[in-house]
Design a protein around this ligand. Structure first.
Ligand code: TRP
Ligand code: SF4
Length: 409
């Protein structure tokens, strides 16, 4: 029955997302995730980071590849159009505040919550060549919660597979706020705010609070909220505090984030399955143009088209979904009719697609160029990002340390 007042509010326009550095990014990442990131950087305060510790939870046996992948991935982001003037790009392990928050959150995280996260058992069963019965791997989603709560982000753009992790983050925020959100003075402060409301309104509030405690009635809850909102003598903070007081919840230190589902423009791979490194069906964002042309030329097509004169069906052909993303209406019409009437061969059909792919790639390469030629440029972007991120992270940590009682100095 409780309305989510500890939720991120409209004023909170922070966005946070991360990716594990596990190799070069491909066009699936570009069309699925990165375009989204780019789209958000103008409207929100965006933090995008390399989740290198997360990579280490599963790839701790090959630490030598991490470094290379980190830089390649940041270049891929920049090549996609992520703009360091508008977004903060950083590397998780260089913002050690994440580790402290992870630790502090762990104090109130029930083991069962982590064991129940679907990816935990799944991956332990699926990945047989590595030992994943580690403390670090169990803590994977908690570390992710720390990443998100560190910036008190309102929105977390992620794919569907990550939704349970954001859900867990919300639960952890709630639990943290419940345990630590009431400092010694909370009740006294709340009572003081009540006095500002005047006798009559304060009396009504007390009656409603008591009734709510006894019945949990939603309409009582709504009436109390309305009463709080109507008080012109109270600041926004005081209203927040009274909402917490009403529900016996204390104040929200860590806001609950929302998952922002990436409407994955699912770009199929070269064989029609989802594009993924493990299926060996990818076109890398910065692939060699010669290879791009070659792999598309040999892509399988509708198996019914054995000879040039055999008509085909785009819906049965892995090339067609690529046309849907890359070709304009006219070209798509041309493909549909020409394929079904066997007006041209598959190689002909692939030509405009290859042209569009190469054109897109040229833009990507152009943006990547300066960073590929000068590694210092990438480092500067990331260093600046780390400085920004640490500043924001330290602000949260101050409040968190204060709440858990470890802020002595
Ligand atoms: N677990 C995410 C993935 O595998 C990566 C990640 C780590 C992340 N921390 C995050 C994503 C925080 C969003 C927010 O894709
Ligand atoms: Fe696929 Fe185009 Fe060949 Fe039709 S003509 S089968 S759509 S490649």
């Amino acid at each position: 029955m409780k309305q989510d007042m500890s939720s991120a509010t409209e004023e909170n326009r922070r966005v946070l997302s991360g990716m594990r550095p596990t190799g070069k990014l491909h066009l699936g990442h570009y069309h699925g995730v990165l375009k989204n990131w780019v789209g958000m950087q103008g409207q929100y305060e965006c933090f995008y980071f390399v989740a290198d510790w997360h990579a280490l939870t599963t790839h701790y046996e090959s630490p030598d590849t991490l470094g290379r992948y980190v830089w390649e991935m940041v270049i891929d982001w920049l090549a996609a159009g992520v703009d360091p003037e508008h977004a903060t790009l950083f590397v998780q392990s260089r913002v050690p505040e994440h580790a402290e928050l992870h630790l502090l959150l762990s104090m109130v995280t029930p083991l069962g919550w982590l064991e129940r996260v679907p990816s935990f058992k799944d991956q332990q069963q699926r990945i047989r060549d590595r030992d994943l019965s580690t403390y670090g791997f169990l803590g994977y989603p908690l570390l992710q919660a720390a990443d998100i709560l560190m910036y008190r982000a309102a929105h977390v753009p992620v794919g569907e597979d990550q939704v349970p992790h954001v859900e867990l983050t919300r639960e952890i925020a709630r639990r943290f706020n419940f345990h630590f959100g009431r400092d010694a003075n909370f009740e006294k402060d709340a009572e003081q705010s009540l006095e500002r409301m005047g006798k009559q309104a304060a009396g009504t509030f007390r009656r409603l609070k008591q009734a709510l405690g006894e019945t949990g009635d939603r309409s009582v809850h709504d009436r109390a909220l309305e009463l709080i909102q109507d008080q012109q003598s109270l600041s926004t903070d005081q209203k927040q505090q009274l909402m917490g007081y009403l529900e016996g919840r204390g104040k929200a230190i860590l806001p609950e984030p929302e998952a922002l589902l990436t409407e994955a423009a699912r770009l199929p791979g070269l064989d029609g399955q989802k594009m993924s490194k493990s299926y060996d069906n990818i076109i890398a964002m910065r692939d060699d143009p010669g290879r791009v042309e070659q792999v598309v030329r040999v892509m399988p097509t509708d198996p019914a088209r054995v000879r040039l004169s055999d008509p085909g069906e785009p819906d049965k052909c892995p090339v067609w979904p690529l046309h849907r993303i890359y070709s304009d209406d006219e070209t798509r019409q041309w493909v549909q009719t020409g394929c079904r009437s066997a007006a041209f061969g598959c190689l002909e059909c692939k030509k405009p697609l290859i042209r569009s792919l190469l054109r897109e790639q040229e833009e990507i390469m152009q943006r990547a160029g300066p960073y590929e030629r000068n590694g210092n440029l990438v480092r500067e972007v990331v260093e600046q990002g780390i400085a920004n991120a640490r500043k924001a992270a330290q602000e949260t940590l101050e409040v968190v340390r204060d709440a858990v009682g470890t802020r002595y100095l």
